[in-house]
Design a protein around this ligand. Structure first.
Ligand code: NAG
Ligand code: NAG
Ligand code: NAG
Length: 932
């Protein structure tokens, strides 16, 4: 698709100077000697209006990059497996890359190169067969504009001063001290389009930046090929134009900001574009007058506030529109045809996959769609999001980008993870890699210098420790403009098969069904088998012992894998065919036979940390349980029990939510949730089944008392010290009201006190409070810390105090001040918070933050194991996502009552495995998730 476009723009490029010369000649010949200076300026302006954005003709002949930093050493990377971005993302070259002066000088087998000219300047790196890609390009970021950690001074992404403000520029708020620049670089992301937020219809202009620190240390020096408008210097009419970017937003966000409706937002667009159209028409008339020799001209008609929108109408701006639902996409496509401008990409666009024909009707080419992989259902607009959207859109020939929206929904350091998830759910591998590299660069109008490893392109290169689509892929080195960004000494040891493109399940049927059901396919199990089920070709059985998950190898040998026979939801035999009398069972009509194809059976995972079970759509209050009252914020009504009330999450449970069923289908079969709270007081947690459809089902509520939960943190009110004082009083003071009754149980050791805390200072205070309590009361306090972003500072103290930790989330991000001292892990630090806690013997569980993310828990656990480079076994990782969480929340149950998950083609923690059935001892059934 792009090569075709290249041809047409090349034609224009060659035709254009000829046209200009002709035009100039016409005008000057008429009355050359009398051309007044202001007329000459006008002529120059008029000529420049016709310029389309494109690279200069001699761009690839440049000998150095405009971003070259003096002192950058030339680098020769030898023996790479180079994904070049070419041939639709399928070309891989085994060879070398020479970089000099910020650009790629040569790619291929460079043994013939005479390197003597470089002298000792040249750095030669042996990649030893490692995968190499161009730097990743994040097509939707707010890095620098919503900088982290979030502070009151850090919102520079959304201005609420007007519903249509095309004159605002993300560049003007770009903070050079965002702590996530180096973190994002460590994920291989070298370039980002920084867009204004989506609070208003026209949020302003976006800018493409590279994330490395520059020697100038300015925001402007981070820009890639900035349009001339950043300083409003009028371009030399002979210079080609540079792409500009404009953020638009429809749907819920602008409606909320302006207490309006979708109707108001679309009107705001039409009003703004009508204004821009009028100015454009006046300019065109003015230029026709200039051309026809009219000398009685006034000023060139223009308005600084609207010039960027006029440029949209001139096809010189990449329009990025935040739109979720079909109605929004339809509205916007109508707008593009009314005012005749193309859209570069619809972002988020959760329903785009349901309406490909609307996309194809957009003015100009069909826009690209920039998506999340699994972030979904957090508001009405996102309710029909599907993990299969990238696959479906690609089938319709639509360009798919995966993007972060950093830091709003996804950490841009994990952009490659989005591509991996896109690939897992069916986006072809070449398009999955291209979605965060070459296709993203093309959509940003930067394909002539970014997104490819080719001679003459920018020297932005990532060397990976595995295939980039293998889960956990981590850069070992990242070059930006030829400058290495990592120390390069930290490399995780990975098995050899991680160098290959991972095998993933086929989801053709699921994707088709999702489209057929307009985004809401039924998620309940296909069938429940109550009699006998035989699982064949089983490699491993992971069994939940009280001290942790144990692996039982039940394969006789590679030739004959084992069987697991289940009756009424319980395993009655496991091992060889003969031992389990399988031959006789297989001939029985009533027996279900499921071939696991070398897969395994393992304990269902347990989710903790999100509001899963108390909400369906986070931002729709009518779908959630709501917020628990907190006496530290305002008095609790007397009828509720007054300030000494304690809520039970069990009372607010909702069953069968889409989050719950999707988690269940991924092997997360139960969850613990605490009452949703804003500040200090949480309440009593509940342990419940994610497969149950209502509370009255047998075992829907597994345990009604799953820890007493409070949160300690730097919320604006009340102070941290008053939160601690409250906790001290509740522990050491008299037992009053229902809160006193449950704290009494904590004091008796019947339930653990579960405290969410992130800052090392607060965790230390908690440990001291624990020992104060223990000294005073003479007995042990069961305490578990959750969140625990900075827990690595206190690993030894936590271990000594016997306090376990539920890390939520596993992958840290310095979102707020109290979470800023993260242990980032490879490739920045060798250790992670997890590895340090484990080294000291702390019992660790792994939690999830958003209800939508619980389905990813198997991937997160697998990631933890991969990142540990062999130090964490699958059994340990499975324990951290199950039995450890139960232990840390004071839950006890018989192993034989725990749901088991049957996976095909691999273990639950293998990227390519497919969850096919849940074995439920309490339901006495095997629940089939797919048609077998
Ligand atoms: C690019 O690859 C995709 C997926 O493999 C394929 O469907 C598409 O036709 C290819 N496009 C071109 C132009 O080859
Ligand atoms: C204005 O910006 C352009 C584009 O970055 C740059 O080339 C030019 O030098 C700048 N001019 C001034 C006067 O700063
Ligand atoms: C399974 O349930 C059936 C019907 O309730 C019962 O007859 C049978 O004995 C059970 N089998 C086992 C192994 O528990």
């Amino acid at each position: 698709m792009f090569s075709r476009c290249f041809l047409c723009s090349a034609l224009l490029i060659f035709a254009f100077p000829v046209l200009l010369r002709l035009w100039r000649a016409t005008i000057f010949n008429q009355d050359a000697s009398h051309t007044l200076p202001h007329i000459q300026t006008a002529i120059a302006k008029c000529m420049s209006l016709e310029q389309k954005p494109r690279p200069p003709l001699d761009f690839w002949k440049r000998s150095r990059s405009d971003r070259y930093e003096a002192g950058t050493r030339p680098v020769l990377i030898k023996h790479g497996r180079i994904w070049t971005g070419r041939n639709n993302g399928t070309q891989v070259v085994y060879g070398d890359i020479l970089m000099e002066k910020g650009i790629i000088k040569s790619v291929g087998n460079l043994d013939w190169l005479d390197l003597t000219g470089f002298g000792s300047e040249l750095q030669v790196v042996d990649a030893d067969g490692a995968w190499i890609t161009p730097g990743l390009v994040d097509a939707h970021s707010h890095i620098g504009d919503f900088s982290l950690p979030i502070l009151e001074g850090s919102n520079d992404g959304d201005s609420l001063n007007g519903i249509a403000q095309p004159w605002l520029r993300s560049l003007d708020g770009l903070n050079t001290h965002d702590e996530t620049y180096p973190l994002t670089l460590a994920g291989g992301v070298t370039t980002a389009l920084v867009l204004p937020g989506s609070a208003v219809a026209i949020g302003g202009q976006g800018f493409v930046i590279k994330l490395r620190e520059t020697s100038e240390k300015s925001s402007s020096s981070m820009l890639v090929e900035p349009p001339y408008h950043i300083n409003n210097t009028y371009p030399d009419p002979n210079l080609p134009f540079r792409w500009r970017h404009m953020k638009h937003a429809c749907g819920e966000n602008p409606s909320k900001s302006f207490q309006g409706t979708r109707m108001d937002t679309i009107w705001a667009f039409r009003e703004a574009y009508a204004k821009a159209q009028k100015i454009k028409d006046e300019q065109d008339q003015f230029c026709r007058d200039v051309l026809s020799g009219n000398r009685q001209l006034g000023q060139f008609p223009e308005e600084l506030q609207w010039e960027a929108l006029v440029d949209v109408l001139r096809g010189r701006v990449k329009v990025h529109t935040h739109c979720y639902e079909a109605v929004d996409i339809d509205d916007f496509v109508r707008l593009t045809n009314e005012f005749k401008f193309p859209v570069a990409a619809f972002h988020h666009a959760s329903e785009a996959y349901l309406v490909p024909d609307i996309l194809k009707r957009a003015y100009g080419e069909a826009p690209a769609i920039a998506l999340y992989a699994t972030v979904a259902r957090f508001k009405r607009e996102a309710y029909r999001s599907s993990e299969f959207a990238p696959k479906v859109l690609a089938q319709h020939g639509i360009t798919v980008l995966m993007k972060s929206d950093h830091p709003a929904a996804w950490d841009s350091r994990r952009l490659i993870y989005e591509a991996q998830l896109g690939y897992f759910y069916g986006l072809p591998y070449n398009l999955a890699i291209a979605s965060v590299i070459s296709n993203a660069a093309e959509v940003l109008g930067m394909g002539h210098r970014l997104g490819y490893i080719r001679e003459g392109w920018d020297a932005d290169i990532v060397v990976w420790d595995s295939h980039p689509l293998a889960l956990g892929a981590t850069p070992t080195q990242v070059y930006v403009d030829g400058l290495p960004q990592l120390q390069g000494s930290i490399k995780v040891k990975k098995p050899a098969n991680f160098q290959k493109l991972p095998k993933v399940p086929k989801f053709d049927q699921e994707a088709a069904e999702t489209v057929r059901h307009d985004g809401l396919p039924p998620l309940e199990p296909r069938k429940k088998v109550f009699g006998t089920t035989v699982f064949t070709n089983v490699k491993n059985l992971y069994w939940p012992e009280t001290h942790g998950v144990q692996r039982q190898i039940i394969a006789q040998d590679d030739a004959e894998l084992g069987v697991v026979v289940v009756q009424n939801g319980s395993i009655v035999c496991k091992g060889g065919h003969r031992a389990c009398f399988v031959e006789s069972l297989l001939t029985d009509q009533g027996v279900a036979v499921i071939n696991l194809d070398g897969g395994s059976v393992s304990p269902g995972l347990v989710s903790y940390g999100s509001n899963l079970g108390l909400e369906e759509i986070t931002l729709e209050s009518s779908t959630t349980d709501g917020l628990a009252p907190d006496p530290l914020l305002q008095p609790v009504p007397k009828i509720l029990g007054g300030d000494f009330l304690l809520l039970r999450a069990a009372d607010g449970l909702q069953f069968g939510t889409r989050h719950a069923l999707l988690a269940y289908r991924s092997g997360v079969t139960s969850a613990v949730v605490a009452p949703t709270h804003q500040a200090f007081i949480g309440g009593l947690g509940v342990f419940f089944s994610l497969g149950a459809l209502n509370k009255m089902e047998n075992n829907a509520v597994i345990q009604g008392m799953a820890g007493l939960h409070v949160s300690l943190g730097h919320f604006s009110t009340p102070s941290v010290s008053s939160q601690i004082a409250t906790l001290r009083r509740l522990l050491l003071g008299p037992n009053t009201g229902s809160i006193g009754a449950y704290f009494h149980k904590v004091k008796q050791g019947l339930i653990p006190l579960v405290v969410e805390a992130h800052s090392a200072d607060i965790i230390a205070t908690l440990l001291l409070l624990k020992s104060e309590y223990e000294t005073e009361e003479g007995r042990n306090l069961r305490l578990t810390i959750t969140g625990a972003t900075e827990a690595h500072f206190l690993a030894k103290e936590l271990a000594d105090a016997g306090v376990g930790v539920i890390l939520t989330p596993l992958k840290p991000l310095p979102v707020s001040w109290e979470k800023r001292r993260i242990m980032p892990g490879p490739p920045i630090t060798k250790e992670t918070t997890l590895s340090i806690l484990l080294k000291h013997g702390v019992v660790v569980g792994i939690g999830s933050e958003g209800a939508w993310s619980v389905r990813n828990l198997p991937f997160e656990l697998a990631w933890a194991a991969i990142e540990a480079g062999g130090k964490i076994s699958k059994e340990e990782a499975l324990s951290m996502g199950g039995i450890n969480i139960e232990k840390l929340l004071g839950l006890v149950r018989e192993s034989a009552t725990i749901d088991l998950v049957a996976t095909k083609g691999g273990d639950l923690l293998d990227f390519g495995a497919e969850v096919v059935a849940i074995i439920s001892p309490t339901e006495k059934s095997v629940n089939l998730l797919r048609d077998i």
